[in-house]
Write a protein that binds this ligand. Sequence first.
Ligand SMILES: [Zn+2]
Length: 303
Amino acid sequence: MKKHGTDSTICHALTVDVEDYFQVSGFENRVLRKQWDQYESRVEANTDRLLSSFDLHEVRGTFFVLGWVAERYPALVKRIAKAGHEIASHGYWHRLVYDISEEEFARDLVDSKDAIHNACGVETTAYRAPSFSIVEKSLWALDILIEHGFTQDSSIFPISGHDRYGIADAKREIHVIERRSGSIEEFPPSLAHVMGVKVPVGGGYFRLLPQALTSMAIAKIENERRPAMFYIHPWEVDPQQPRVDDIGRMNRFRHYVGLASTQSKLSRLISNHKFGTVADSIRSHWGDGRKPQLAPDSNTVAV
Ligand SMILES: [Zn+2]
């Protein structure tokens, strides 16, 4: 299939955060974790829908799987891996990193790693925090990731004005972060300004905005000769999902806007651009020999 774009060497990252509709951060005060087992689960069917679509378009992506999901639906995780996608961690309990202690974070990380390994035999080395919750006050999480063998992270959103996440002046491109415990490659979620509109590439913004705006944002990032990071959740292609009430107007809007059209918008998006896994995308960014050595230089930031 022909892919549009200015630079055919750049491969954008297609990523899925594998969690169920009732596990999102916006519902966490309404749906207690101990109640998760009581909700109708739709994560298998919804993830299978994404898998079929990716298969149809012959594209592979990276699936950040919640440990809780991996433990209960190991066959699903096996199917994702068998289809050639990259398996990564989204934590175990979907706890916001800045809401828990370093010890709790380490435990949650190990539990997710173990659950995923038990499900499909993959040793995860890439991580995305629930709701991009590695922010200024929770950067310590990077040390714990490094200590547990993680080499890639996609949790630091370079955005301002969001109530739950973001480091406004964080780097927008793939970069290496050096910490006291070692180094880790950060591939931040993407955003671009298109026609005066701030367009983050994925999630609720993808459902809310016309697909053309997301495509224009990706093209703009590609014009800067770097790959974009796109993210989606299985529940975002499920307009029939059971409604959770008493969640407040803002959460209701964020969760339910645009569900009916997201599957078709996604098909158009992955037809229009060249996508791959996070590993494919990082390789396309560094190219041959462009990856910086871990001595301080312009691509390296010490935090
Ligand atoms: Zn999540």
